[in-house]
Design a binder for this molecule. Structure first.
Ligand code: 3SL
Length: 232
């Protein structure tokens, strides 16, 4: 049976050989949720970059600048890191260059895998169906927060494992822990998340609507894929 493992932070990704794997990158709050919501609503492509300087360079090619540092919109950028802003950009079929504290960094660190896809609670069942058809072992790469563990990305891992547990062997304790946690709290994910560090952090920035939205399961059925340097 194919194997699926969970890497809890980009700091740990070096421990997982990615050469022959499908990597699912997730940053529920909020980078990959923005990508899924934007692309599902008309955004043409997203160029994920790790640095603000790289984003400014790509912006010269007509891309909308998007992203944050420490949750706050980067000075001078057109939009920040709210899924609602990304959906709004879909109306004009914009091409977006996005840089965020953790999410785009996790994508950058996964980019040498042969196949990288983008997950969020918003598309978790679509990701599961996609992986069932794809004949490779899988790594779920959680973006975390500045190298540390985050609850929301582990919940996504658990939600995905719940949907895949008959098709894959869960190949690590990190996966078993994520699955157990998700099943324990799945009826009240928002309530469970209230005391988490990133919800507290974002709460101070007044973006509760973003948090509530990003924690919803299965709003979209798309699976964004990294093709060369763009997510489409
Ligand atoms: O770190 C990231 O990639 C962001 O998604 C963090 S925030 O939710 O915008 O603060």
């Amino acid at each position: 049976m194919r194997k699926i493992e969970v890497c809890y932070t980009p700091e740990l990704i070096q421990l997982y050989p990615l050469e022959d794997k499908v990597v699912v990158v997730v940053d529920v709050l909020r980078a990959t949720s923005c990508m899924v919501a934007g692309l599902a609503n008309g955004v043409k492509e997203v160029r994920p970059v790790a640095s603000v300087d790289a984003a400014w360079e790509i912006a010269k090619e007509g891309y909308i600048t998007a992203g944050e540092r420490n949750g706050v919109k980067v000075e001078g950028f057109q939009i920040g890191n709210s899924p609602f802003e990304h959906m709004e950009m879909g109306k004009s079929n914009a091409k977006i260059v996005q840089t965020t504290t953790n999410g785009t960094l996790a994508i950058d660190k996964s980019a040498y895998a042969p196949h990288v896809i983008i997950g969020a609670m918003l598309n978790v069942s679509a990701v599961a169906e996609y992986l069932k058809k794809y004949d490779h072992d899988v790594i779920i790469h959680c973006a975390g927060w500045k190298g540390k563990y985050s609850l929301e990305d582990s919940l996504f891992a658990g939600a995905l494992l719940e949907r895949l547990k008959s098709d894959f062997t869960i190949g690590c304790d990190a996966g078993l822990a994520a699955l157990t946690m998700y099943n324990a709290v799945k009826d009240d994910i928002f309530g469970f998340m209230k005391t988490s560090s990133h919800v507290q952090r974002l709460g101070k920035l007044g973006v509760i609507d973003d948090i509530e939205y990003c924690l919803k399961e299965d709003i979209f059925d798309i699976v964004p894929v990294l093709e060369n340097t763009a997510i489409v």
